[in-house]
Design a protein around this ligand. Structure first.
Ligand code: ACK
Length: 885
């Protein structure tokens, strides 16, 4: 029987065409092996008990590299209990370990003459200890991790067919706390060959991000993220404290803050390198200093080297340019901070004042902070002078004596200090004369007039060419495609979303924005969901010379109409225009063969709403805010592109294995047709009422501001772990309540800041809602200051606009203090029900049950739960303090 397992092991190892095993851990770089049986060339020396159980056998892997394997196949004997124990494995810094087993298992039915003892599983166990216990081994000390069954067992026939069935199973163990541990494999009568055992832990590896280095970091064993502070790389300093979060999957998330290179250094790759600094030295003195003067007066900055020196004469300006590399110390700047001035010109002169302007120096050695203008009467010989400062390139000198000659000098100031003064210019204040009485004045005037002529000519040419091109462009078919979302003109330079419906031929749009994939590159694995147009599957995409990627594949079911095909593909035409980490990425489309498919990146955790419902109350505040930040950032990108989503809801956000949230479900009318939440409005359109802003419901005013309203609802969905907005209220009741100013109450334990953000998103006046950019920045602040999440909306003072727009005192009075209390226990849909009930004292409250609430008309489960739990809290509170009623 041993030979039976031996046979299939040999077979397995000598044939390389067995199915590729997709590694469970994709980021191999961020895992650290504690044990890898395949890496051992000699005997592993694991303990086998009893000795006729597990047997160590040599084999070769698919690359013909020798490996050690263990096999057992005592299927003909009763009461098997065969143990195999690894050597002691030091834990290192692991908090949670992963055990990856590769094995084959024989199908019992395929073994002839088995006497009924054959099993198809074995057990995986572990024991934590602080020291190596040598050969001492006691079964009862081990704790079971799991029973391991094969996904694929093999039969004699498979062997005949030469089909191999290698199983890979991974189990997590944690938290582990002692210095090391053993693993054990207990066989109770199966025919197993253990091909390899790998034990590893995940790690967020050393990384430099935003010029800050983050050390190797071991993730938590639970769902929480580890916050890590970054250290600025050499020659840089913090601009904003750099931080990142290490996820349980060993991936770095949410980089915040950054470092900047010090003066004299520039960012190259992920480090700060000494700059090659070009320094321009210009002299305005009549006597230009010789090069020798320059060098004798200048201390060579540390570490710098002169590359070249050359003279340059620019018109009437004489100067020298010194080019050198290396660090420039601030103290030595005095030598080269002289700043060239273009000549000044007179703007306006009168008997007692004069306005002057000048051009900014062409190549200053930094940002010019201001200019100093010094002037004095010529005949005073500088014994008394006046100094003015100007931020801009002009100044008005007033209080001057008429018909007097003045001399004037300008110098500029940068962070490095003052530059050299300009040469002196002379002017007179006679009513009819002003002159720059220097030998260059004529040159200046000629230069100014030439410049003015050139500018005029350029403007004229521009207009003529512009008209010509404009005419041409209007004839161009592409012009029709330019679509300015929201009716806003977008800023030049910012990429704008192009509405695929403006193409006469929509298939042209698809091919402009989406890559056509060859169906043979796509392997469909399984169906993960159903869409309006067909199934959504998971699978793999292997493009030539690229590594295989997990993908989601949306298919268009057979029998579609032309319009359906167009609508289906419009999503790809839209998605293909986006490139942002929080927007689902399009890999490509298949349109030239059937079925028609849209292929996108795969998001392991599926839709956000169901993901949250599955993990009720399992995330930290910072994790939730991290997700919300991602959604807001994706929405900011969309609104910057001029794209209005119209169906932003948690069900249309996808989550990957690192909790990164990405906005999905793009399309135009299709989105809403497709969405089961969308209902027909009185005006005929189909709208997801609970997520949609009032102006979009009533007169289809969809804008980024209506997306912001929907974002507020997503915020509520996230903080309530996937609760349905407005519970079972009917769409009509929702429209009415919202219109009357009611808003959703804060979800349980919701931080006050986040509830306030929701209320802001739900402002009736759409211009008062926050822009996505502001939302991102609010959430960033919260992430930076997680302490602020501790104040919950239930404990903080009630936001003033909880009953938004309901200023009528009638409502408040009819509810009285009971109403206030109900506000605090979040009773949006029940307030009215309570208003008719008289409670004389709080004594009756603790006895209130969900049944009682139903009687007074609170039939909705969400508020029922909230009220009952709040009553309980109130009851325990009232034992210590009187309840104000
Ligand atoms: O919640 P789910 O598992 O995540 O069920 C829905 C289903 O398809 C119908 O939309 C899933 N789905 C859609 N796109 C993707 C994707 N890119 N990656 C993973 N699952 C997806 C969605």
């Amino acid at each position: 029987w041993k030979s039976l397992t031996g046979l299939h092991i040999d077979y397995l190892l000598s044939h390389s065409h067995f199915p590729t095993v997709i590694p469970v851990v994709i980021l191999l770089l961020s895992t650290v092996n504690l044990l890898d049986s395949k890496a051992s060339q000699g005997e592993l020396g694991w303990i086998s008990y009893p000795s006729h159980g597990w047997e160590e056998i040599s084999g070769v892997d698919e690359h013909y590299t020798p490996i050690r394997t263990f096999q057992v196949c005592n299927v003909m004997e009763y009461s098997q209990n065969n143990w195999l124990r690894t050597n002691w494995i030091p834990r290192q810094s692991a908090k949670k370990i992963y055990v990856e087993l590769k094995f084959t298992l024989r199908d019992c039915n395929s073994i002839p003459l088995v006497l009924g003892t054959c099993k198809e599983t074995f057990n995986l166990l572990y024991l934590e200890t602080d020291e190596d216990q040598g050969i001492r081994f006691r079964e009862h000390q081990f704790s079971k991790i799991d029973t391991i069954a094969a996904d694929e067992s093999f039969t004699q026939m498979d062997l005949g067919d030469r089909i191999l069935k290698l199983n890979t199973e991974v189990r997590e163990v944690g938290p582990v706390t002692k210095k090391g541990f053993y693993l054990a494999f207990q066989d109770v009568g199966a025919c197993v060959a253990l091909v390899s055992v790998r034990v590893y832990f995940k790690m967020c590896p050393f990384i430099v991000r935003n010029l800050a280095s983050f050390p190797d970091t071991v993730p938590m064993d639970s769902h929480s993220l580890v916050e890590v502070k970054g250290l600025c790389v050499n020659h840089s300093k913090e601009q904003e404290p750099p931080r990142m979060y290490c996820s349980t999957e060993g991936e770095w998330l949410v980089p915040i803050g950054k470092c900047l290179c010090n003066v004299g250094y520039e960012e190259r790759g992920s480090s700060c390198q000494g700059k090659t600094t070009i320094v321009h030295f210009y002299s305005f003195q009549h006597q230009f200093p010789s090069l020798l003067d320059v060098w004798s007066g200048w201390r060579k900055p540390y570490n710098s080297s002169v590359i070249c020196i050359f003279k340059e004469f620019v018109g009437w300006v004489r100067g020298v340019t010194i080019v050198f590399s290396g660090m420039v110390s601030n103290t030595s700047n005095t030598w080269f901070d002289a700043i060239p001035f273009a000549p000044f010109q007179k703007d306006r002169a009168s008997r007692n004042s004069i306005s002057l302007s000048w051009l900014e120096p062409e190549r200053p050695n930094g940002i010019i902070l201001d200019y100093e203008v010094k002037y004095y009467e010529k005949q005073e010989q500088e014994t008394s002078y006046t100094i003015l400062r100007s931020k801009g390139c002009n100044v008005t000198l007033s209080g001057l004596k008429a018909d007097t000659s003045y001399l004037l000098q300008i110098r500029a100031r940068t962070a490095a200090g003052y530059g050299a003064s300009s040469r002196s210019f002379e002017f007179e204040t006679s009513p009819d004369s002003f002159s720059i009485s220097s030998e260059s004045s004529q040159v200046v005037l000629i230069a100014i007039s030439t410049a003015a002529a050139i500018i005029l000519l350029t403007v004229l040419l521009y207009i003529v060419i512009g008209r010509f091109c404009g005419y041409r462009r209007s004839k161009h078919p592409d012009e029709k495609r330019l679509h300015f979302g929201n009716g806003h003109l977008r800023l030049p330079g910012i990429r704008t979303y192009v509405d695929p419906h403006t193409y006469e031929d929509p298939s042209q749009a698809v091919h402009e924005f989406a890559k056509e994939l060859d169906a043979s590159c796509i392997a469909i694995d399984k169906v993960v969901g159903a869409g309006e147009f067909g199934e959504v599957c998971s699978g793999r995409l292997r493009l030539p010379s690229k590594k295989e990627n997990c993908v989601a594949i949306k298919t268009l079911k057979a029998g579609y109409t032309d319009k359906q095909r167009r609508d289906f593909l419009s999503e790809a035409s839209i998605m293909g225009q986006f490139d942002h980490p929080n927007i689902i990425r399009l890999e490509g489309v298949v349109t030239r063969s059937k079925p028609v498919m849209i292929v996108t990146e795969y998001m392991e955790n599926g839709s956000l709403d169901s993901f949250l419902r599955k993990h009720d109350a399992q995330f930290t505040g910072i994790q939730l805010v991290g997700m919300l930040r991602g959604i807001a950032s994706g929405m900011k990108y969309l609104s910057d592109m001029g794209y209005v989503h119209r169906d932003l809801a948690a069900r249309n956000i996808l989550v990957n294995s690192n909790l990164v949230c990405k906005v999905s479900d793009f399309g135009l009318s299709r989105v809403l047709e497709d969405d089961p939440e969308a209902a027909y409005t009185t005006r005929g359109g189909k709208i997801p009422i609970r997520w949609t802003a009032p102006e979009a419901i009533s007169y289809r005013k969809f804008t980024s501001a209506s997306d912001a309203w929907s974002y507020g609802i997503v915020l509520w969905e996230v903080m309530s772990y996937g609760e349905r907005p407005y519970w079972e209220m009917s769409n009509q009741d929702v429209i009415k309540a919202v219109d009357e100013g009611y808003r959703l109450p804060p979800p349980m334990d919701c931080p006050a800041t986040l509830y306030q953000l929701m209320l802001d998103c739900w402002q009736k006046e759409r211009n008062n809602r926050p822009k996505f950019e502001q939302i991102v920045s609010i959430l960033d602040k919260l992430i930076r200051n997680p302490g602020s999440l501790k104040i919950t909306a239930n404990t903080s003072p009630r936001p003033a606009n909880l009953l938004l727009d309901r200023s009528s005192s009638e409502v408040v009075q009819s509810l009285g203090t009971m109403g206030d209390w109900l506000d605090n226990v979040r009773t949006l849909p029940c307030k009215e029900a309570f208003s008719g009930v008289s409670y004389s004292s709080c004594d009756t409250l603790p006895k209130t049950s969900a049944e009682d609430l139903k009687k007074v008309g609170v039939t909705i489960v969400g508020p029922q739960k909230n009220i009952v739990s709040s009553i309980k809290a109130l009851e325990s509170h009232s034992k210590n303090a009187p309840v104000p009623v």
